[in-house]
Design a protein around this ligand. Structure first.
Ligand SMILES: [Zn+2]
Length: 202
């Protein structure tokens, strides 16, 4: 089977990820993504934030083992249904730009860390998957001395999506979506991520 080279988000998943990133700011947030594959394109069908995850400004982990066990059990039951075409395909998490990582190169802020890959390796084992898709959302809060009108812009840059949100007169967020394919040997390949709804109208 061809390797996945394009991730298409639906309008609601696109907004769910932006909302989760902004609501949790300045803490990181994580969750699972479900999708359906059509040759080299993966269409995201669901995005679930882990509401019980322990959020820290520089990392996020499972905060509540019992809650995670319940979710695993639920996932098992859902996945047992062979007629269900939407499957767990990977996860997402945010990188919040703050004091601890501001000095990293932009490329590193938009990359998976060693800890991220170790976490993904465990997740792949638990889920019995031999490939994984991780959506990384880099979020940086911006403040302005001059008044900005409320606005939202979306631009595509190479494989990434960049969203600029100005939600308050002197404040906003710069958000970058990156997506990665990780194989069973933990080889990482960046893939293109797009808002599927916008593609249709373009
Ligand atoms: Zn990370």
């Amino acid at each position: 089977m061809a390797i996945i080279s394009l991730i298409k988000l639906g309008e609601s998943h696109y907004y769910s990820l932006i909302r989760a990133a902004i609501e949790s700011w300045p803490r990181e947030v994580m969750g699972e993504i479900y999708g359906k594959r059509h040759s080299d394109t993966l269409r995201i069908t669901n995005v679930y934030e882990f509401v019980t995850a322990k959020r820290l400004p520089t990392s996020v982990s499972y905060g509540n083992d019992e809650a995670i066990k319940r979710l695993r059990r639920l996932d098992e039951v859902i996945r047992r249904n062979k007629y269900l075409k939407s499957k767990l395909v990977g996860g997402f998490h945010t990188h919040v730009i703050g004091r601890s990582n501001r000095d990293l190169l932009r490329k590193e802020q938009n990359s998976l860390s060693k800890d991220d890959l170790n976490f993904i390796k465990d997740e792949m084992n638990i889920a019995g998957l031999n490939e994984w898709i991780e959506i990384l959302v880099r979020i940086e809060r911006k403040t302005y001395s001059t008044i900005k009108r409320p606005s939202k812009t979306l631009t595509y840059s190479s494989k990434k999506m960049k969203i600029k949100i100005r939600d308050f007169p002197h404040q906003g967020y710069d958000i970058t979506f990156s997506a990665f394919h990780i194989d069973k040997n933990l080889k990482v390949k960046e893939i293109k991520i797009r808002n599927g709804e916008m593609l249709k109208s373009a």
